[in-house]
Ligand binder design. Structure first.
Ligand SMILES: Cc1cc2nc3c(=O)[nH]c(=O)nc-3n(C[C@H](O)[C@H](O)[C@H](O)COP(=O)(O)OP(=O)(O)OC[C@H]3O[C@@H](n4cnc5c(N)ncnc54)[C@H](O)[C@@H]3O)c2cc1C
Length: 432
């Protein structure tokens, strides 16, 4: 059977805005860009940003604050579509005050882990507060180089820019393994992106494949519903941290963790996991391949958050089993040859960037579609091409988006200053 992706939902809550300094330079830069557009020529700008998620919005703000002209293009009709599509009961795993954008805050009384609707509202308020220039419904199809410009082909015509910032998200395309026999499975097979609501699994036996961040997110919700038996199919033991320890939001300490060398962060994560949740052996999970910080920084594998799943594993409500080998009609065959017969299989098997059609021809992606550089890093052969939000960070995507945005904006401003200085030098050389 075919697998499914959830349909979009609308969401709204109101937020308080905390006003900060107005972005004066940006208004100037964008007025120049608008004037150029009115002339009917191909739309040209200092920086074109693709994607209005946390990464793209933060980048636009940081660049505009430096007086650069910015265009932001977003394929959806509004901001926050990835969050709108996630399941209704989703709350952040990252701590409220580390999950904001410059100048906006969650309203008083927002819990430590805001709901996804609050995130969407935060984005909407951010766009309003800073007057960000977003062309909605504009999908970028390809980015290519032409002399000193980047040419961006969209469903709405061609644009050009000196710099392009790709902020299309690292979890854009749900990844489903090509398990032998999965097409003939008589149960329901879906990706975790289409999880929906836990209540919909009442009375059903469910196998969750993948013990990473999204596998634990699904389990945290499933164990609260009146499901039948639940299995967790795990290939390797994940790094897991509890969402709270005695009412303390564990993610609050992530800036401290992020400041540690990787080996020390690994040790702190492993010790916290062992003391608060128990060893992998105790949970019946396979041993981990590496430390939590090492895997996050090296392999882009986020740390799983426990919010009830571990207790359910210890209580026997969730049974840990080995990896899936294949499907056989109503059965799932495991690598050790044993068989389970779940009603539903949820593949919590990760995401891909889906960047191949956009930039694959530039040779900037690894075999899994992940950009080879991110943030302020560049390929000297491709000046002006930037990626943001393509690597996970212990501090979560919002804080990371802000840091990457500042780094990219500083690098673009510096290269503009250098180019100006070179022009002045050339002009004065010519005058002598
Ligand atoms: C279930 C789940 C729970 C999560 N919980 C947390 C959490 O608690 N805390 C946390 O920090 N992170 C969390 N994450 C991770 C987080 O959602 C992402 O890391 C984050 O969304 C990245 O932001 P972004 O701006 O890079 O990408 P996105 O939010 O994916 O935004 C990218 C934008 O680009 C647009 N776009 C894509 N392609 C094109 C194109 N070709 N042309 C134009 N526009 C385009 C998209 O429509 C989208 O609006 C979670 C992820 C999942 C899957």
């Amino acid at each position: 059977m075919a697998w499914q992706i959830a349909a979009p939902r609308r969401a709204s809550t109101s937020l308080t805005l905390r006003r900060m300094l107005p972005i004066t330079g940006s208004a100037r830069g964008n007025r120049k860009a608008r004037d150029r557009n009115r002339s009917g020529s191909m739309q040209d700008t200092d920086v074109l940003i693709i994607g209005a998620g946390a990464a793209g919005l933060a980048a636009a703000h940081a660049l505009m604050a430096r007086g650069l002209s910015v265009q932001l293009v977003e394929k959806e009709p509004h901001v926050g579509e990835p969050w709108r599509q996630r399941h209704r009961n989703l709350t952040l795993n990252s701590y409220r005050d580390l999950s904001t954008l410059p100048g906006v805050a969650y309203p008083p009384g927002t819990p430590a882990f805001p709901a996804r609707e609050a995130v969407v509202s935060l984005f909407e308020d951010f766009v309003r507060l800073h007057g960000l220039p977003i062309a909605f419904g504009t999908e970028v199809r390809q980015v290519r180089r032409d002399n000193d410009r980047w040419i961006v082909e969209t469903n709405d015509g061609t644009r050009s820019a000196r710099n392009v910032v790709v902020a299309t998200g690292r979890d854009r395309v749900p990844h489903m393994p090509d398990w032998p026999g999965h097409g003939g499975f008589t149960g329901r097979l879906l990706h975790a992106a289409a999880f929906g609501e836990a209540a919909a699994y009442a009375g059903k036996s469910v196998l969750v494949s993948g013990a990473g961040n999204s596998g634990f997110d699904v389990l945290n919700h499933l164990v609260r519903a009146r499901t039948g038996p639940i299995w967790l199919s795990a290939r390797s033991g994940p790094a897991i941290l509890p969402k709270r320890i005695a009412n303390l939001a564990v993610h609050k300490v992530s800036p401290f963790l992020a400041s540690l060398p990787t080996w020390l962060a690994d040790a702190v994560i492993a010790m916290t996991q062992r003391l608060s949740l128990g060893s992998h052996a105790r949970l019946g999970l396979p041993p981990p391949i590496g430390g939590g910080a090492s895997r996050l920084r090296g392999d882009s594998i986020a740390i799983a958050t426990d919010d009830g799943a571990v207790r359910a594993i210890k209580a026997g409500r969730v049974r840990v089993i080995g990896p899936i080998r294949s499907f056989d009609r109503d059965s799932v065959v495991l690598e050790d040859g044993s068989i389970v017969k779940p009603d539903v299989v949820i593949a919590a098997t990760g995401y891909r960037t889906g960047l191949e059609p956009l930039v694959g021809h530039l040779g900037v992606l690894d075999p899994r579609g992940k950009p080879l550089f991110n943030g302020a890093a560049q390929d000297p052969r491709l000046p002006g091409l930037w990626f943001t939000g393509m690597r996970p960070d212990l501090r979560g995507c919002f804080t990371n988006a802000r840091l990457q945005a500042e780094a990219i904006a500083a690098a673009i401003s510096a290269s503009r200053r250098d180019a100006k200085a070179r022009r002045v030098q050339l002009d004065s050389g010519a005058a002598h």
